[in-house]
Design a protein around this ligand. Structure first.
Ligand code: NAP
Length: 288
């Protein structure tokens, strides 16, 4: 990387930020494409979100990623917001525009692109979503937009699952069912795609899964965990034991970054180049 007077700065704001893999994604992409970009992590306290965005714009920062806990907090300080990000209520990418930043959500298109790259197609499929937090809500919206046949949202707190289901039903009809986590035995059939969208099983609590019963995993043919630390979660192990294919969330992280980079650079990143960056991510995590 040759930093000179023409280098454009990119970065990520969040708190904490020390664990971020995003600099590996974007600095490698800049290397591959030859763009004169430099991507840095910025720790931003909750009380400084407005100042950080205004300051970034004043400094001419080309674009920012936004991570936990600022994905909703940034919205009031944007010049413009993409309709999908507005509907999801969370922004993870800021792109410099006239007078400020425009906010996008690339997490969900990233998940879809990751699933496609892993050969998973949700159209006309019955899909189980585990969880009803911010990510699960966005996943359920994405599934309803992508032609899933039926979506079952299973959550510990049923009221949160119902709120998401009601919101989607208003728009798309009766294609969603909200259920208690413990009601999985009521699901008939054995060809479900299951998306694990809770933080259960994430490091350091790696020996947990939201559902432990093997009978649940017998219903699943493909299990997708959005958690990527560890790269093999308990959920994935249980899927494998039931002969279901299982995937971790690192490719979702890769593709949310690829889509953000495409906004910033105006270039399309090929799958071959995406996979080169993926290898660098694994290397940075000591997983080669
Ligand atoms: P959130 O809003 O806090 O929601 C957490 C969800 O987990 C809720 O449904 C909660 O159930 C459930 N949960 C938590 N502890 C549980 C337990 N012990 N038993 C059963 N359910 C439990 O979190 P979020 O923002 O949706 O984020 C979820 C995960 O997505 C995080 O781990 C994050 O790292 C990951 N993520 C990954 C990517 C990627 O690129 N791969 C991108 C974004 C986020 P209740 O409603 O009952 O509390």
């Amino acid at each position: 990387m040759n930093i000179d007077g023409k280098t454009r700065t990119l970065g990520v704001i969040g708190n904490p930020i020390e664990h971020t893999v995003s600099p590996v994604i974007h600095n490698n992409l800049a290397n591959i494409t030859g763009d004169n970009f430099c991507y840095l992590p910025f720790k931003v306290e909750e009380s400084n979100v407005k100042a950080a965005i205004e300051g970034a714009y004043a400094l001419g920062i080309l674009g920012l990623n936004v991570t936990v806990p600022h994905k909703s907090a940034v919205i009031p300080y944007l010049k413009d917001i993409d309709p999908l990000a507005k509907r999801i209520g969370a922004v993870n990418t800021l792109v410099s525009c006239d007078g400020g930043y425009k906010g996008y959500n690339t997490d969900m298109p990233g998940l879809l692109r990751a699933m496609r790259s892993d050969g998973i197609e949700v159209k006309d499929k019955e899909v189980i979503v585990l969880g009803a937090g911010g990510v699960a809500r966005a996943v359920a919206i994405l599934l309803s937009d992508s032609g899933a046949k039926h979506i079952y949202i299973l959550n510990r707190t049923i009221s949160k699952a119902k709120a998401i289901a009601d919101e989607i039903i208003k728009d798309k009809g009766e294609i969603v069912t909200a259920m208690e986590l413990s009601d999985y035995s009521k699901l008939s059939g054995n060809d479900y795609i299951c998306i694990q969208a809770t933080n259960v099983g994430m490091y350091p609590n790696t020996d947990c899964a939201v559902i432990d019963d093997n009978a649940f995993y017998d219903k699943i043919t493909k299990g997708y965990d959005i958690v990527y630390n560890p790269l093999e979660t308990k959920f994935m192990k249980l899927c494998k034991e039931a002969s279901a294919e299982s995937f971790h969330g690192l490719k979702m992280l890769l593709y949310q970054g690829i889509i953000a980079y495409e906004y910033w650079s105006g270039k399309s990143i090929s799958d071959d180049d995406a996979l080169k960056v993926y290898a660098k991510m694994l290397e940075s995590m000591g997983k080669t």
